[in-house]
Ligand binder design. Structure first.
Ligand code: NAD
Ligand code: ZN
Length: 345
């Protein structure tokens, strides 16, 4: 089969690789029908994630059709159309029982990191019964691919961890696919005002179409002064970081109001400076973490009810065999005006 393989920092190839087979009784083999590229794949390709070693098939988002199941798999059979969670977990260990699926003692593997991922014709899913979802009838497959990682990430690590409440004023720093997923899922909780912050004017414009009430452009204005002015000097109830650099975490520390929450979603390659001397006196809570995809079942229902349409994030479409071209577009997202790219097999 063909697969997109990480070959060391800065290097990737679309090459012939052995098709995966059942290794454990709980495994499911899925034939990929649609997959995509995530910002995290670009982090890996830069060499920022040392846990990923050369030879690894990348990708952790996708839908497909079950090809084969191990003898202990109860919920799926060959031919079933499935959504793949980016996290595979056993569902039985102490961490899984606390819904910390990303920290499963028997896995907690994010696909495309320590095990081969979805940017291939076939993928092996350990603990298939827990890590896959049957595709509901009549729901757009492109929308479902957004539920493998980015939508649960936005909802769990941004909105729920940030305790967004009705009427709140919230700010989202970073209008990439993950920040946009925060924006879409925050609206389930009816915040009063959603301030979107980014340097890219086109992304801010898209955020407005997706429900942002206020836009602040980094580089064009003093972000902190502008947000404080907009909120009568008070700041925002919830500041959500969706970039992953010290400068944007710093903005969150400066714009959060007394008693507010900072929810950090971005993956930071470098330490950030924590201003405890300013945060303690404002009674600030800070949260962060890895997506566990425990909101996926409820997000599937929101798609079925038509409450949200994350397929609106898809800007480019390619055949799976054109994946190198898709990386070229996604890797130059600002120039190409790209948000999510979809690859169809
Ligand atoms: P992205 O690179 O596509 O988007 C980042 C956005 O930030 C872009 O729109 C960019 O213009 C903007 N930006 C860059 N520098 C900025 C600055 N100084 N000020 C304001 N905006 C700035 O990334 P993405 O795919 O949307 O992911 C966002 C982050 O979330 C990444 O760090 C990613 O690794 C992380 N992530 C975390 C989890 C998790 O489990 N916590 C899961 C998935 C992704
Ligand atoms: Zn477990």
């Amino acid at each position: 089969m063909k697969a997109l393989v990480y070959q060391g920092p800065g290097q990737k190839d679309w090459i012939e690789k052995e098709k995966p087979g059942i290794e454990k009784p709980t495994d499911v083999i899925v034939r990929i029908t649609r997959t995509t590229i995530c910002g995290t794949d670009l982090h890996i390709l830069k060499g920022d994630v040392p846990a990923v070693t050369p030879g690894r098939t990348l990708g952790h988002e996708g839908v497909g059709v079950v090809e084969a199941v191990g003898e202990a798999v109860a919920n799926f059979k060959p031919g079933d159309a499935v959504l793949i969670s980016c996290v595979t977990s056993c569902g039985r260990c102490a961490n899984c029982k606390r819904q910390l699926y990303a920290h499963c003692d028997d896995g907690g593997w994010i696909l495309g990191h320590k095990i081969d991922g979805t940017q291939a014709e076939y993928v092996r899913i350990p603990h298939g019964d827990i890590s896959l979802y049957l595709l509901p009838e009549g729901v757009d497959e492109e929308a479902l691919v957004m539920l493998s990682d980015i939508m649960p990430t936005g909802m769990e690590i941004g909105v729920q961890a940030g305790h967004v409440k009705p009427g709140d004023t919230i700010a989202i720093v970073g209008a990439g696919p993950v920040g946009m997923s925060v924006l879409l899922t925050a609206q389930f909780y009816s915040p009063g005002r959603i301030i979107m912050i980014d340097m890219d004017a086109a992304r801010l414009e898209l955020a407005q179409q997706f429900g942002a009430t206020d836009l602040v452009q980094v580089g064009a204005e003093d972000v902190v002064a502008r947000v404080l002015e907009m909120t009568g000097g008070r700041g925002v109830d919830v500041a959500i970081e969706a970039v992953g650099i010290p400068a944007t975490f710093d903005i969150c520390q400066k714009i959060v109001s007394a008693g507010g929450n900072i929810a950090n979603v971005g993956v930071h390659g470098k330490p950030v400076q924590l201003h405890i001397e300013e945060l303690w006196i404002k009674n600030i809570n800070i949260s962060m973490g890895l997506v566990c995809t425990n909101t996926t079942p409820m997000l599937i229902k929101t798609l079925q009810s038509g409450k949200v349409d994350p397929a609106r994030l898809v800007t480019h479409r390619f055949a799976l065999g054109e994946i190198l071209q898709a990386y070229e577009v996604f890797g130059n997202a600002a120039r190409e005006k790209a948000m999510k790219v979809i690859l169809t097999a």
